[in-house]
Write a protein that binds this ligand. Sequence first.
Ligand code: ARG
Length: 578
Amino acid sequence: MNIREFLADKVQSAMQAAGIPSELGPHLAPAKKAGFGDYQANGAMAAAKAMRTNPRELAAKILDQLALDGIADKVEIAGPGFINIHLADAWLGRQLSGVAEQATLSVEPTSAPQTVVVDYSSPNLAKEMHVGHLRSTIIGDAIVRALEFVGHKVIRQNHVGDWGTQFGMLLAELESQTQATDAEIALRDLEAFYQQAKQHFDADPEFANTARDYVVKLQSGDEKILALWNKFREISLSHGDEIYQKLNVTLSREDVMGESAYNDDLPVLVKALEDQGLAVVDQGAKVVFLQELADKKGNPSPVIVQKQDGGYLYATTDLACLRYRANTLNADRLMYFIDQRQGLHMQQIFTLGVKAGFASSDISLEHHGFGTMNGEDGKPFKTRSGGTVKLADLLDEAVERARALIETKNPELSEQEKAAVALKVGIGAVKYADLSKTRTTDYIFSWDAMLAFEGNTAPYLQYAYTRIQSIFRKAGVEPSSLTAQISVEAEQERHLALKLLQFPEVVELMIKEAFPHVLCTYLFELASAFMTFYEACPILKDGVEEPVKASRLHLARTTGEHIKQGLVLLGIDVMDRM
Ligand code: ARG
């Protein structure tokens, strides 16, 4: 159950019974300060303003109608008309008992399931995936997991860059290199391969001519060139698959729907824009001028949809792609996880897409941008020599560092266990360090900070989980057998119980705003609440009697399940010991 929604319904009914028009909402939120109850409704103030009456008196009328027997043990009016709700301990205990057994804990399936198309990862296949692709890949994947968790239908779309003029050069290079070696070997390091192709292109006019010829051949569907292109694409995609697997990201080959897939639709789309009078010829190119996105001086925002030489652009493909997602995939909601710097591009696509009728205005079109990952010097993260950091290398280093850490923390684990733990901790640390930052801001990448066992990190949460599991080992109980009634008595117990019951609200917010960091903050607070509870409310010490012991064990189990489930939604694994 979502407590905030549940209480909001109750207050709303009370408002109606008190004669308040139903469009005036209860405005219910968790209380921000201690002593003001657990939840606060401040709808009385806005309602009083609209009805030109005294807010405290109106709040009193609402209170008279508010039926919270057995749910709250105190409801009071504070300040100018806030209604503060103090939930009853016994009610909290009852709500929480049984939650650990539910597959989705206290989260109920959404009452309004949607088809959500999510564009994430989407690297360019001409180059190796670098750290810049990390953010899109893992933020998108966390949101996808959360959407599915509450029952939405998700269609993942990996909009890989697998088309365009640079492929002429790359295919000519591949052809020349594969006379001596295998394509797999030539393309082992895509970054280096790209550099070689570029050098070749700049130094050798004959090669440059071949490259240009191959662009034309690729576009006209020449069989030999298409076969070469397929080979290149296949190898590059398999590099990506390895990374997704290592990152524990749910993308698979079926989700790849790259730029090339829209190729045949581009002339059709440009014609449609011209027929509608939207695209006009300007200096030989076909351009749409969007007055909707005009600058301060009133100059419209230009979107070039076809170049003078007939070539199409990133924007043309994205328009075709938008139309496909809206009409063929039938999206209710479309989410794009792309670097913030593509903000204007996305705005143009959305504005023009709706204007041209490619997507109905009922569809929620959302670009969720993100900031840059910077090095400790505050500049974009680079290798020591100033090159781009390959994602594969970064992940290997994370696992190595985690391994060294495990070696010092817990040398008695078996080699096999050490390797498994290092993988989960290393990858978890990199992902969590990113996901826990507000998506829209830049952040500083720091190995020491992300691998710390204290603070808001993956290792801290993974460690909290293992500590809980060790309680069960010591007690000699199977966690799944812990089902006793939870009774909430001590203050620390109450704080923990309420936190646990707020899980659905956090998942809801994460999905609504596409903000994984709210879940991270929650999990950190939850684990900290557990540590405080465990200090104040011993479980296995002598003198702790039944039923208190059983209740506390069940509370510990419930906490463990939440930490685990929360981390699963972030694509991070837990383990029983580390
Ligand atoms: N391939 C692009 C890049 O690496 C990102 C594509 C994002 N998706 C899209 N529909 N434009 O910058």
